[in-house]
Ligand binder design. Structure first.
Ligand code: ADP
Ligand code: MG
Length: 362
């Protein structure tokens, strides 16, 4: 997991530069052919970004937007998508617990997990069969892996080929696949496992050759008092004052920093940059910026340490973390309310996140 996370992190930094550069080219270029090349390359780079997102989910370092989520309606909303993925030869049996109980999970990742499981089931049933999706409430006690308490169990079963014990043993490993090159990445089940573990639950597989496969996902029930955290940026046009807002960008990677600085300048922000935490703090004292855009992983002072020092001097300073590889807990300890923008991102998303960070104090 750590190795995967490390590689994905470096790869994500590269993709930040690629996506950002292509985005600027696509916007500025007037030659329609060149514009199209840039657009196509951008789409491919974003596919790469989704792949690294899956890797990061597995390695448990990606910050998930974990919030109270209702599993049953989420599955119900996926019906049209599942119909497309499965095709006409596979019968769907969906049995959802009507009594809704919220769980703590990232809804987007959960959807992606179900989609991965449905694709695996389809691949295991080339001649057709039955895919069943069920949810139910479950009280867990004395489980070696799970804390005692209330859970929601989500089961996805197929009547396909099943797995041999050897395949079953390695099925959750990243990059483990029995499919031919181009057909499988071996990342589906590792992503599923990562999503369940990060939500405080787990994933288990039951499978026998010739008898089909059932994947069980367990999600802990959300505590009643946990409210819905809204991290989305406010809608609407840029207000004058915000357009002229001053931003301090602290990131050790010169190319990533360049991209952030130039896309913010392009939108009218007054930008100052620093290449490490110490220079950043000095800049902070001089500039008193409206927003600090802060990389999380840096040599020397980490982003968390910089944020702590800044908040010590100015407790309500808006800070936006940018990172491809983040430790939720460390960020939350340093600056509990600071939003996080995952690398790679486009100029628009950066702008929206900066405005979101500004809006928090108003
Ligand atoms: P991929 O689908 O890209 O191969 P996954 O991580 O999703 O990667 O799955 C890993 C392997 O586990 C598959 O290659 C396959 O051998 C096995 N597997 C996963 N799901 C099923 C299933 N529903 N039925 C049979 N085998 C499965
Ligand atoms: Mg798969």
């Amino acid at each position: 997991g750590q190795l995967t996370g490390g590689i994905a992190h470096d790869f994500n930094n590269l993709l930040t530069v690629v996506v950002g550069g292509l985005d600027l080219i696509a916007k500025r270029e007037s030659d329609p052919k060149l514009k199209m090349y840039a657009q196509n390359a951008l789409e491919a780079a974003e596919r790469g970004a989704r792949l690294t997102a899956q890797l990061l989910a597995f390695s448990r370092v990606q910050r998930l937007e974990v919030r109270p989520t209702y599993v049953a309606p989420l599955i119900a909303n996926m019906r049209p998508l599942l119909r497309n993925v499965l095709g006409p030869g596979i019968e769907k049996q969906i049995e959802l617990d009507e009594d809704l109980v919220p769980v703590l999970a990232d809804p987007t990742q959960l959807e992606l997990a179900v989609l991965n499981l449905a694709i695996n089931a389809r691949d295991a049933m080339p001649e057709g069969g039955v895919l069943a999706i069920r949810t139910r409430k479950l009280a867990v006690s004395g489980d070696p892996e799970l804390h005692d308490g209330d859970y929601v169990e989500l089961c996805i079963s197929d009547t396909g080929t099943g797995m041999t014990p050897e395949v079953l043993e390695r099925a959750f490993d990243p990059f483990f696949t029995t499919k031919e090159v181009g057909k499988g990445t071996g990342l589906g089940l590792s992503m599923v496992y990562g999503v369940a573990r990060q939500s405080g639950g787990t994933a288990r597989i039951e499978s026998r050759v010739g008898e089909g496969t059932t994947v069980h996902l367990y999600f802990p029930r959300a505590p009643e008092e946990s409210g819905e955290a809204d991290t989305s940026a406010p809608e609407g046009p840029v207000v004058e004052r915000e357009a002229a807002a001053s931003v301090l960008v602290i990131d050790d990677d010169p190319i990533v920093r360049d991209f952030i600085v130039s896309s913010l300048e392009e939108r009218g922000y007054r930008v100052r940059e620093a290449e490490d935490g110490a220079a950043g703090l000095a800049g902070f004292r001089e500039q008193a910026p409206d927003v600090v855009v802060l990389d999380f992983l840096m040599p020397g002072m980490s982003g968390a340490e910089v944020a702590k020092a800044i908040r010590h001097e100015r407790p309500d300073q808006p800070i936006l973390f940018v990172s491809g590889y983040s430790e939720t807990e460390a960020i939350q300890r340093a600056a509990p309310d600071a939003p996080l923008l995952a690398k790679p991102f486009r100029a628009d998303a950066l702008d929206a996140a900066v405005r979101g960070a500004l809006a928090r104090v108003n």
